[in-house]
Design a protein around this ligand. Sequence first.
Ligand SMILES: NC(=O)C1=CN([C@@H]2O[C@H](COP(=O)(O)OP(=O)(O)OC[C@H]3O[C@@H](n4cnc5c(N)ncnc54)[C@H](OP(=O)(O)O)[C@@H]3O)[C@@H](O)[C@H]2O)C=CC1
Ligand SMILES: O=C(CO)COP(=O)(O)O
Length: 318
Amino acid sequence: MTVSVLGAGAFGTALAVTLAQNGPVTLWARDADQAALMQETGRNERRLPGVNLPRKVAATADISVATEAETILLAMPMQQMRGFLATHADLLRGKTLVACSKGIDLESGQGPTALIAAASPSARGAILTGPSFAADIARGLPTALTLACAEDGEALQRELSTPTLRLYRTTDTTGAELGGALKNVIAIAAGVVIGAGLGDSARAALMTRGFAEMSRIATAMGARAETLSGLSGFGDLVLTCTSVQSRNFRYGRALGAGEDFDTSITVEGVATAKAVSILAQKHIIDMPIATMITALADRQITVSEAVQALLSRPLKEE
Ligand SMILES: NC(=O)C1=CN([C@@H]2O[C@H](COP(=O)(O)OP(=O)(O)OC[C@H]3O[C@@H](n4cnc5c(N)ncnc54)[C@H](OP(=O)(O)O)[C@@H]3O)[C@@H](O)[C@H]2O)C=CC1
Ligand SMILES: O=C(CO)COP(=O)(O)O
């Protein structure tokens, strides 16, 4: 059975590479020139350089071909997903749609599975998330992710697991998608800490308090605490806050050091910090780190003002 991946960025391409171990995969790029180049060269140098695409990966820019598969992975940046789902709603009807994006839609405040349910009520929505860099997956290094699906996730889990990509299953879609979205905000903050020269101890404190902040809002929104402490929450928080492979971490590090950062690079945590600050007000939840990241990204405060504001908060019980 063919699986399709829509979005030929670093992650979509890596997923296509690993899934080709199970059978044919269609990889859809929105840019016809890029699809043709991938098909011709067997590489995606634009988004995942240095990786050979297996022969079982067929690249196309034809969306009607790419949506023939029953199982379709959505691997575009989060802020593009709502528009994409609306444009292609007819072709996606009745399919199994597995979101691979991490974030919260800024305009609606919804995560990927809620966007899928709103745009394609007859589709089955799921989310694949957790600690994994595209380059690691593509190189065949061992990785473990969470597959969250409200119902009948077992067959999908088997279909999307490969000899090197191990999927764990949950029905807690809210927890899985909020963990994956929120860890990016904390990773930016961890990058700021390192970029500003505040040290590894400060980063450990930030990660721990960040995890408390993630858990507070996520459980208030219906997530299970154990999902937050699994691969999609704690696991991905650790990876993204401690690796320079992370774009969110590198963006934060540039902010902390007062350096410029290439705005064409996908950094999901910025929009998510804004979206979650709005949700936090609605749920009356205290989210000082997300609020600070929004203010820093918008240049409303300096790094030293942000640090001062966090350090001067009232002392309280852990
Ligand atoms: N990279 C990683 O290691 C991981 C990424 N993710 C998540 O995967 C998602 C995608 O990230 P990633 O692949 O790294 O991003 P990239 O920046 O590598 O690529 C983004 C891709 O999305 C395409 N795209 C942009 N807008 C649209 C649109 N409107 N319709 C269709 N396609 C579009 C781009 O096309 P074009 O080339 O034409 O601009 C590009 O191929 C993010 O949510 C990220 O958090 C999750 C785990 C790991
Ligand atoms: O989500 C990721 C790793 O799990 C990738 O992180 P970045 O988007 O920060 O590169």
